[in-house]
Design a protein around this ligand. Structure first.
Ligand code: ATP
Length: 633
């Protein structure tokens, strides 16, 4: 090991540079700009650990904290853990950070909403004024929007306090959505002197991880704050412009930084084997020519690109690819059953299809207000199945009476304290509960796989658990009741939500089991976007534009099997960003997650063209590209 140390520590000075920026007596701002696997997150944690030792007590005495803004909840938890839960740090996602700053400013939020809603209504009204047919779909939708926004505007005086619960099912007039929370916070930081004083005083240092994808409004507001408070405030950005994959991140973040900012950079990639670093360097070359070097002791590693037709049996192809990788790498863990291969799909529904919960997932995913909670598991209606029914049935099947009783006791309506007190005969209540529980579990008798609807109806009949409000009209077969329940809701089409639930409830319960597995750490699947910041020994990147149904990315265009549209051509001629640029960055993120070996599987209408282009780009060698079909068994 020793002989490599000098080389491997070549970027160590960066941590010192950053640490010196955090000196409370002479704060400086910085942007650490470095490629994948170069240790940006590691630097963040290292520097803060040093900060804790030297300035931690000083900050705590002054009731000040270093704010660290992370991109995901998972990153937030990881950093909190690595900083030993120390009180000198306030680690949070951008949304909770923002909400914490503004949540108590009810009258300011009202004023902001009043101006914003009035502006939005006026804009929609102008568009509506130009409509030739007020009965067409767009005009009807516009009229509905004007109406609901006006209702919201008129209800502002009655709001006592705003709430922010982006994942809840029941949005009401006093709730703010994701983008409002960010927009309001950015506006307050940029324009309210008192807010600037409060932020700079509470958080004299704000560090932003994955800053290239952090909402540009908020980044701009933090830049403005830094400019105004430069003597007492330090802003530190960690990021990589090549890894900007969300459209709301700030473009060219590394350009036009104030001259006094420190801009350290790193050249070593500590994560990946040499061949993988070569590949990501090549992908990057056409963008900014940032070349990384591997750790000398790293192995060569294996990269392979497999191409198949879109109509191929994908399960078969992907399992064949794993087998071929096992041989090429001499690594038996390259097997889809090993749980040791990370499969990177483009959209969640590709995982839903492969893991067997597509019919449950798809209708709910189409609903904006359900989507987030579906993806992060926080939706309370889905939680009814995943957090009550699933563990209950598992306990029943395992013969674990203790756990089963515990679940029933914590969630059952029948065993509520007041019910037991009211009851003349508590033992009868207990019997009733047991019977309800037995009847529910009987739905799984003889290996049956009941539909979610059967489960809901069974529970509705027995009263064992409270039925989630969103399902109530379906459970009771009383569709009209949902209308009155949610009549007051803002901009929510209750009908479509209800239809989505109706479709989702038709599926067998096993889809909940697979869905839960996808959400849990146990899943082999992740999206190209969602694995940002993470790393895996063996990675299989799966590419199929048609299956992904996305419009922001086009691997077919990147690999030259689909013509550029006139719009792409125009953007290209004008030097503007195209879908190809975005896709290249996404490809860079996905490939750079691999530590040891990497397989890419692309489904295309034209495998031969893809192969020729890959060789032409020089990203892969002939021996690394293989056209594969499902007739080879
Ligand atoms: N100086 C170092 N010595 C040894 N290992 C390191 C060093 N720096 C980083 N690593 C390791 O390299 C891997 C990548 O580090 P890290 O996740 O911090 O990189 P990153 O720049 O944040 O990556 P990305 O932008 O791709 O998410 C991790 O396993 C980390 O522990």
């Amino acid at each position: 090991m020793g002989e490599f140390n000098a080389g491997n520590d070549r970027d160590a000075g960066v941590d010192d540079q950053i640490f010196s920026c955090l000196n409370p007596d002479s704060p400086k701002s910085f942007f650490l700009f470095a490629g994948a696997g170069s240790g940006k997150t590691r630097s963040l944690v290292n520097v803060l650990t040093r900060f804790k030792e030297l300035y931690g007590e000083y900050f705590k005495l002054r009731r000040q904290k270093v704010a660290v803004i992370t991109y995901t909840n998972a990153a937030c938890d990881e950093i909190i853990h690595r900083l030993d839960y120390d009180m000198a740090f306030h680690v949070s996602t951008i949304h909770s950070f923002s909400w914490e700053l503004i949540s108590h400013l009810t009258s300011d939020i009202k004023a902001w909403l009043r101006i914003n809603l009035t502006k939005e209504i006026a804009e929609i009204a102008i568009a509506q004024g130009k409509s030739k047919n007020l009965m067409n779909k767009t005009s009807v939708e516009r009229a509905r929007k004007i109406e609901s926004k006006t209702r919201r505007l008129n209800s502002l005086p009655n709001i006592l306090r705003f709430t922010y619960n982006p994942n809840g099912d029941n949005l009401t007039k006093d709730s703010l959505n994701h983008s409002e929370v960010i927009a309001i916070t950015a506006d307050f930081i940029e324009n309210k002197h008192l807010m600037q004083d409060i932020v700079a005083c509470r958080f004299p240092i704000i560090l932003v991880d994955e800053s290239q994808d952090t909402k540009k409004d908020l980044i701009d507001a933090l830049f403005a704050l830094q400019k105004r408070k430069s003597k007492i405030f330090s802003l530190g950005l960690f990021g990589d412009t090549m890894q900007r994959i969300y459209s709301d991140g700030k473009e060219n973040l590394d350009k036009n930084l104030p001259t006094e900012w420190i801009t350290p950079s790193k050249v070593m990639n500590h994560r990946s084997n040499k061949r993988i670093i070569n590949l990501v360097n090549d992908i990057r070359k056409t963008v900014d020519n940032q070349i990384q070097v591997p750790r000398p002791e790293k192995q060569e590693g294996i990269v392979k690109f497999f191409i198949s037709t879109r109509d191929a049996n994908k399960a078969f192809i992907e399992s064949e690819v794993a087998k071929k990788m096992a041989i090429a790498t001499n690594d038996p863990l390259w097997s889809l059953s090993s749980n040791q291969v990370k499969m990177l799909i483009l959209e969640h529904h590709m995982a839903a299809r492969r893991m067997g919960f597509f019919e449950f997932f798809e209708p709910l995913y189409e609903q904006d207000k359900i989507k987030t909670g579906l993806l992060d598991g926080s939706n309370s209606t889905i939680g009814f199945f995943t957090r009550i029914i699933l563990p209950l049935i598992k306990a029943h099947q395992d013969g674990d009476k203790f756990t089963l009783a515990k679940i029933v006791k914590s969630h059952s309506l029948l065993l509520q304290r007041n019910k037991l007190i009211e009851s003349n005969d508590p033992s009868e209540t207990l019997k009733l509960t047991n019977r309800a529980c037995r009847d529910l579990c009987a739905l799984w008798n003889g290996n049956q796989d009941p539909s979610l609807m059967q489960i809901v109806r069974n529970i509705e009949d027995s009263g064992l658990f409270p039925i989630p409000e969103a399902l109530y009209p379906l459970a009771s077969n009383n569709v009209s009741s949902i209308k009155s329940l949610n009549e007051e809701d803002e901009e929510i089409s209750t009908d479509t939500t209800l239809k989505a639930w109706e479709r989702a409830l038709e599926v067998p319960f096993s889809q909940i089991v697979y869905y839960e597995r996808y959400l849990s750490e146990k899943s082999n699947f992740g999206t190209h976007q969602g694995v940002k910041g993470l790393e895996y020994s063996r990675v299989m990147v799966i590419i199929d534009d048609e299956e992904a149904k996305g419009f922001l990315f086009s691997y077919d265009k990147l690999f030259g099997s689909r013509e550029l549209s006139p719009g792409d051509q125009k953007n290209m001629d004008e030097g503007k960003e195209t879908g190809i640029d975005r896709t290249k960055r996404l490809f860079y993120v996905a490939c750079s997650r691999a530590k040891d070996s990497l397989a890419i599987v692309a489904y295309s209408d034209n495998p031969v063209t893809v192969k020729l282009n890959l060789l032409k780009y020089g990203w892969f060698k002939e021996s690394e590209v293989e056209i594969i079909n499902d007739k080879i068994a």
